[in-house]
Write a protein that binds this ligand. Structure first.
Ligand code: NI
Length: 214
């Protein structure tokens, strides 16, 4: 062995060692990232206690074991809610007719954020107009405020909405669908720019990923 070859040997040995150390560190970092996955997910959604469109008291626990697709709106909404609920109906139709998923797999839920005007009967009629599978939920102003807060949903009713004599007003509200998993945890939310095809594809992906784990 010449000094040069010894030098080369040490150098390459050192380089090899450094390389393995580098790989080891990267692997540890990846493991750490995998462990923390989900930790960065926003905390959206939570417990609720409301009444369904048949007047039955329900809580979020009644929907455990099923995905929930949750939309907040109100029956007097002039244009946005109908469009979005039409979209939710399309999604529900595709999930049912093309993929065969029943309400046991995913429940489309409409939560009213206008408790003053939206009676149980009005909500029942309203949701049925869009889709027979829709579940309409309502509660007191305090209950709706609480559930909206857990979903990070903004809604603001003008003073008229609490003044008993006034019935003509608009409720300003954010327009999102929330996809919650069978444990009631937030998965995704969709906005107006998401088409029914995109929403459906995302839901299918989640349901299939879930079934693959079983
Ligand atoms: Ni609306």
């Amino acid at each position: 062995m010449t000094w040069a070859s010894i030098g080369f040997f040490l150098l390459s040995g050192g380089a090899l060692y450094a390389y393995f150390e580098y790989e080891k560190r990267k692997l540890a970092e990846r493991r750490e990232a995998a462990k923390n996955e989900g930790a960065g997910k926003p905390l959206v959604g939570g417990p609720f206690s409301l009444v369904d469109h048949d007047g039955r008291p329900v809580t979020d626990l009644d929907y455990r074991g099923k995905f929930m697709l949750v939309y907040f709106g109100y029956t007097f909404c002039p244009d946005v809610c109908p469009e979005e609920l039409e979209k939710m109906a399309e999604v529900t139709d595709t999930l049912t007719n093309k993929y065969g998923y029943s309400q046991e797999t995913i429940v489309p839920i409409f939560i009213s954020c206008d408790p003053k005007r939206d009676s149980i009967a009005a909500i029942k009629e309203y949701v049925r107009d869009f889709h027979p599978k829709f579940v309409g939920l309502i509660g007191t102003h305090a209950q709706i405020k609480r559930v909206a807060k857990t979903y990070r949903l903004y809604f603001s009713a003008p003073p008229k909405a609490v003044d008993d004599d006034e019935a003509d007003y608009l409720v300003d509200h954010s327009i999102f669908f929330y996809l919650m998993d069978p444990e009631g945890r937030y998965v995704a939310h969709f906005g107006r720019t998401d088409t029914s095809e995109e929403v459906t594809a995302r839901i299918i992906q989640q349901i299939e990923a879930r079934e693959a784990k079983k």
